[in-house]
Ligand binder design. Structure first.
Ligand code: BGC
Ligand code: NOJ
Length: 817
């Protein structure tokens, strides 16, 4: 069952009924100001940091699920009837409803009683504000006398404090109302120099800024007193819950359309110019007024919207594919790349499943997110790498998370996740392969944000590598620490206290529990670091890295191979996890993918053997589960992984993030059919028809799909903010389609289904545009035997870097197996 359809030519997903199984959301803004918007206009906005600079309030996990947002009410002033043109919150049955989520904007259109309404929500590039462009049309035969009420609930900035500290917060709220603008200035009188503003392009019939006056006692968003009676109260908030509501009256002739612009913005004043006059408590509005005036003008709004479209044309134009598979095309060309922008910006911090207060940006997460982002805006990737690296600890370890506003490591979560440092190496390697910008390695970067501690970025990578060498366990494998990529494999935690956080509680200083996964990651990162060192002329360093990697590989063969697959770890008692000797959790996916990606087992058939085991024990029609058999009870020496009921999350759920690792591994052994089959199983577009089972948005990946042990096998959860976005993008573009960035050029090495006759990729790379046509006349899965550039055959299958030229460069590749 479907709840809408793709409109690929417009790069939109069209939702045709408002009551989707879960709110289907989109992100507004892609730089500093962000909003989350659902298909019924629910959601919230923030500046940079969803915890520390929240503009509007949101109550998660509500009933109904999604209440509170950017609401507009329409009221027929003759009949007194009112409704929400975005369906929520009145949920009046609309005659027509359509939500279109696009690249950085959302349009919600509807019709009720022959009054048509359409709102376009978006954030102009370079601005810290969001626009709601509202149009209303009278399709009746008679004139319509209408009222429009806007409604947002302001958050008192720190979302955590806002949701808990009521004894203070019910007394601090302050606003100003001047002309058609509502200014929210709570705490501006003291240490803040920022405020929010909510403006309207029309003359107001009234306003409300006190939520409970607007709603009325014991009423809710579906029947606000002001809307019901058709007249604002002109309330001025003092304490309680500051709110923003404009009331506009319009009379429309038959066929007439009116456009009304609402703008919600964030603004900062210089600290010494906060007030006007200076000795008053009144906001100095001189700096914000030009911005307000600009965006209340329809011409500027149209221009800004066009600018946003062109921006996305440019970003998506870096990689476009025309393949025989509709779902792959759609994801690669549009939605997967778009999702990567959201994960780059927000890591795992703010969605409808991440409250924005719990987690800043993850060290490992942000590094992996670069995989799907670096080709779009390399300069921002560079800046991000340097920011992340500056939070690294001097000993090579990492703060697990950091706050985007302060860019500092988050002490509450701490460190000790022993995989973390290696992801920095992979992030940097990915960046250099895309850009050829070796200079990044010489950038002086602090450790732990300590001035004076600067070292070249390269030194950070060296310490990342050494970090593992200094933490080797009894079998010679890396110690796992708090956890590795699998945050829930807490082998040193031994938690027996209800409610204690597995992620933050004090752990044993474990010297026994080891991770085969980190061993694989170490080998992979070690090979990258060796290549980087060699480029820098540090041949000894390069040799050392390769020698250590080779040594680790041997250890993996000795203690990390279980006969038919790679072991996952050793616990605190030195017993294997993910081995045939275990009762539950005999085989895990992550160590298969990571070891094979590191090249372990490729030569002697172990990789193929491990992949056959994955196929036999772990692959389901909805994707590959994390392990089997699922843990049937809580094991204190395993930690959070066994806290989940079987089939969910890390306990044998289909945790989508590592599915691409298996897909890459399949391409590495030349199995294009299976690689693409696995890719399609988790591809949200390919799952659109089972929307009632999948339930999440069909245009973005979700973190998890319930595994075969769960009663709801196939049900997705936690959409949008997941490492799956970057990894599937990277996998589809670089390993399946096989147009792969390398330090010295662009490799053409597709591994595709045998039935594909070919495909074409247009790729911008280091100043040139390549139009690469791959032909597969003999029905092979891999093996470029001939590569023609500009009609001339070249040796090998790497397109060397060449001086930029204005004309696209035609490339032809033939698969001969
Ligand atoms: C989740 C993990 C997540 C961790 C840290 C756990 O509860 O299952 O997926 O990485 O929390 O937030
Ligand atoms: C989600 C976390 O953000 C990520 O860092 C972790 O690797 C996975 N969960 C697996 O536990």
């Amino acid at each position: 069952m479907r709840f809408g359809h793709f409109d690929d030519s417009k790069r939109e997903y069209v939702i045709t009924q408002p009551d989707t199984p879960l709110p289907w959301i989109n992100y507004l803004g892609c730089e500093a100001y962000f909003g989350i918007i659902s298909n019924t206009a629910g959601g919230y906005s923030f500046y940079r940091d969803a915890r520390l600079r929240r503009l509007t309030r949101y109550r998660y996990n509500n009933a109904p699920f999604d209440v509170g947002g950017r609401y507009l009410y329409l009221r027929d002033n003759d009949s007194g009837e009112f409704w929400s043109p975005s369906w929520q919150p009145t949920r009046t049955k609309l005659d027509k409803y359509e939500c279109r989520h696009g690249m950085g904007y959302t349009t919600i259109g509807s019709s009720y009683g022959k009054i048509e309404a359409q709102t376009i929500y978006f954030v102009p590039l370079g601005e810290t504000l969001e626009i709601w462009k509202f149009q209303v049309t009278n399709r009746r035969k008679q004139a319509a006398r209408l009222s429009i009420f806007s409604s947002i609930e302001f958050c008192l900035w720190d979302a955590q404090d806002d949701a808990t500290n009521f004894q203070r917060n019910f007394s601090t709220g302050q606003v100003e109302i001047v002309d058609e603008v509502i200014y929210h200035k709570t705490e501006y009188r003291e240490r803040r120099n920022h405020f929010a503003w909510f403006a309207c392009s029309e003359k107001l019939a009234g306003f409300d800024t006190q939520r409970d006056t607007f709603l009325g006692a014991y009423r809710s968003w579906d029947n606000p007193a002001a809307v019901e009676r058709g007249k604002s109260f002109n309330s001025v908030a003092h304490g309680w819950a500051p709110h923003g509501s404009h009331h506009v009256k319009v009379n429309l002739k038959p066929g007439e359309t009116r456009e009304i612009i609402f703008v919600l913005g964030y603004h900062e004043n210089p600290v010494d110019q906060k007030f006007d006059p200076p000795d008053s408590q009144t906001i100095n509005k001189r700096t914000v007024k030009p911005v307000i005036a600009k965006y209340l003008d329809g011409k500027n709004v149209t221009a800004a919207f066009e600018g946003l479209r062109r921006y996305w044309d440019g970003l998506l134009g870096v990689y476009q594919v025309d393949s025989p598979d509709l779902h792959a095309n759609r994801m690669v060309n549009i939605w997967n790349a778009y999702q990567c922008m959201a994960t780059f910006n927000l890591s795992r911090s703010a969605s409808f499943y991440e409250s924005g207060i719990g987690r800043g940006l993850g060290f490992r997460d942000s590094n992996q997110d670069l995989l799907g982002f670096v080709h779009m805006v390399p300069s921002r990737a560079r800046e991000r790498i340097l920011d992340i690296a500056a939070t690294q600890l001097a000993g090579g370890g990492a703060f697990h998370q950091y706050q985007p506003l302060t860019k500092r490591g988050n002490n509450d979560i701490g460190s000790g996740f022993n995989d973390d440092p290696h992801w920095l190496t992979l992030g940097v390697a990915t960046y250099i392969k895309e850009t050829g910008d070796w200079s990044i390695l010489d950038e002086p970067v602090q450790f732990e944000n300590e001035p004076g501690s600067e070292q070249p970025l390269y030194e950070h990578l060296r310490r990342s590598f050494n970090y593992t060498l200094e933490r080797i366990g009894p079998h010679g494998l890396p110690l796992i620490g708090r956890a590795d990529w699998n945050d829930c494999l807490n082998l040193n935690c031994f938690s027996d206290t209800p409610g204690q956080s597995f992620q933050t509680t004090t752990n044993k200083d474990g010297r026994v529990a080891e991770s085969v996964f980190i061993a694989g990651l170490f080998v992979l990162a070690g090979k990258e670091l060796a290549a980087i060192a060699k480029k820098r002329g540090l041949n000894k360093e390069a040799e050392r890295c390769l020698a250590e990697a080779a040594k680790m590989e041997k250890v993996v063969y000795r203690h990390g191979w279980d006969g038919a697959w790679f072991v996952r770890a050793y616990d605190d008692f030195g017993k294997p996890i993910g081995s045939k000797v275990c009762k539950e959790g005999k085989i895990f996916t992550e160590s298969q993918g990571m070891c094979i990606m590191a090249g372990i087992g490729l030569k002697d058939g172990k990789a193929k053997r491990a992949l056959a085991s994955v196929n036999k024990h772990l692959a389901t029609k909805h994707g590959i589960v994390l392990q089997q058999p699922a843990f049937s009870k809580y094991y204190i020496h395993m930690g959070e992984i066994s806290s989940y009921p079987p089939g969910y999350k890390e306990n044998a759920g289909i945790f989508c993030h590592y599915n691409p690792w298996i897909i890459i591994s399949e391409t590495m052994v030349g199995n294009g059919n299976r690689a693409f089959d696995y890719y399609t199983r988790i591809n949200p577009s390919a799952r659109e028809n089972i929307g009632d089972r999948h339930r999440c948005e069909p245009y973005v990946f979700a973190q998890m799909i319930a595994g075969k042990d769960a009663p709801t096998h196939g049900e997705a959860k936690n959409s949008w903010l997941t490492g799956t976005a970057a990894w599937t993008y990277f996998t589809a573009t670089q390993w399946i389609l096989g147009i792969r960035t390398e330090f010295d050029g662009l490799r053409v090495d597709p591994v595709i289904p045998a039935k594909w006759k070919g495909f074409t990729v247009t790729r911008r790379f280091r100043g040139n545009t390549y139009v690469i046509e791959v032909r597969n006349p003999k029905g092979k899965q891999r093996g470029v035997k001939k590569l023609l550039v500009n009609g001339r055959e070249i040796a090998g299958n790497v397109l060397p870097v060449r001086p930029p030229q204005s004309k696209p460069i035609p490339v032809e590749a033939v698969l001969e197996g």
